[in-house]
Design a protein around this ligand. Structure first.
Ligand SMILES: Cc1cc2nc3c(=O)[nH]c(=O)nc-3n(C[C@H](O)[C@H](O)[C@H](O)COP(=O)(O)OP(=O)(O)OC[C@H]3O[C@@H](n4cnc5c(N)ncnc54)[C@H](O)[C@@H]3O)c2cc1C
Length: 252
């Protein structure tokens, strides 16, 4: 496998990674920074698999998107949402400590990725922790010399639940090619460009007009129900199915 810079990356196989930091991002989402024993490069939008093994040999494997900017350093940022009845997400939130070792495999996924040479404009649509791979794409877009126009339509319950809110607002202020629309489902919008309801066809039609031209690609990520609603809404607003890329986290 060859990475974006043309450097040989290790084959995808299980290896150990050490948790180096944990940073609470929202009441439900915490970032876990992990350092693999054999560092690898990745593309914005890719994910890793995490494998936990209990003392009795029981194993659980789950996928987590990589939030960090490709090539930033040897640490990967995984932002894990706490599911009250979840298995692996609860282990991360309630048990995992800095210094713990997990098994990791990656980078994985070649469909839900974006490189600056892919061009734009790009529409990113995320629900809750579905922002994670989109954040890697937004961070990549912000550093890319091409300065591709991107717009993020993000659904969250309240302002406190907007993952990476400060960074996204700063990106919006500093980069005239990056815009953000929030759809808050359980709070009032405090910015005139935002909405206080679930993403629907009308919101999608209005957001599409906030890009300087029709999008070249639309990335949608979240639960199954969210992805279905957002992808259907984008198509109802005239977006061709072929340019829509989806990533599903499971759940309703
Ligand atoms: C490509 C990809 C990337 C992902 N990236 C992220 C990410 O960046 N951040 C993130 O937080 N998540 C991400 N996910 C989701 C993640 O992989 C896990 O699914 C999530 O963390 C829940 O795992 P869990 O072990 O905590 O919950 P699980 O134990 O898997 O439970 C999940 C839900 O299923 C229900 N459930 C479990 N077992 C059953 C059963 N037998 N019958 C019926 N219902 C059941 C539970 O009640 C719960 O509501 C990603 C998923 C994919 C596919």
């Amino acid at each position: 496998m060859t990475d974006v810079a043309g450097v040989l990356a290790p084959a995808v196989r299980w290896q150990n990674a050490t948790i180096t930091r944990r940073v609470m991002q929202t009441p439900e989402i915490t970032s876990f920074f992990v350092r693999p024993d054999r560092p690898f490069t990745w593309r914005a939008g890719q994910h890793v698999d995490i494998r936990l093994t209990a003392e009795d040999g029981y194993r659980a494997i789950r996928s987590y998107s990589i939030a960090s900017l490709p090539g930033a350093d040897d640490e990967l940022e995984l932002a894990v949402e706490r599911l009250a009845d979840g298995e692996v997400s609860l282990w991360f939130h309630d048990v995992a400590q800095v210094g713990d070792v997990v098994e990791i495999k990656g980078p994985l996924g070649g469909h839900f990725v974006w490189e600056p040479e892919d061009g734009g404009p790009i529409l990113l649509i995320g629900g809750g922790s579905g922002l994670v791979p989109l954040m890697a794409i937004a961070r990549r877009g912000a550093e890319a010399a091409a300065r591709v126009p991107m717009h993020l339509l993000l659904s969250a319950r309240s302002p406190q639940d907007v993952l990476y809110r400060e960074e996204l607002e700063a990106l919006e202020r500093q980069n005239d090619r990056f815009g953000m629309t929030l759809a808050l489902t359980r709070a009032s919008a405090w910015r005139p460009q935002d909405f206080s309801r679930r993403i629907d066809d009308e919101i999608l039609a209005r957001v599409l007009k906030r890009l300087p031209a029709w999008p070249k690609r639309v990335f949608v990520c979240g639960t199954n129900g969210f992805v279905n609603a957002a992808a259907d809404g984008a198509q109802a607003a005239g977006v061709a199915a072929e340019i829509i890329r989806t990533e599903r986290y499971g759940g309703l």
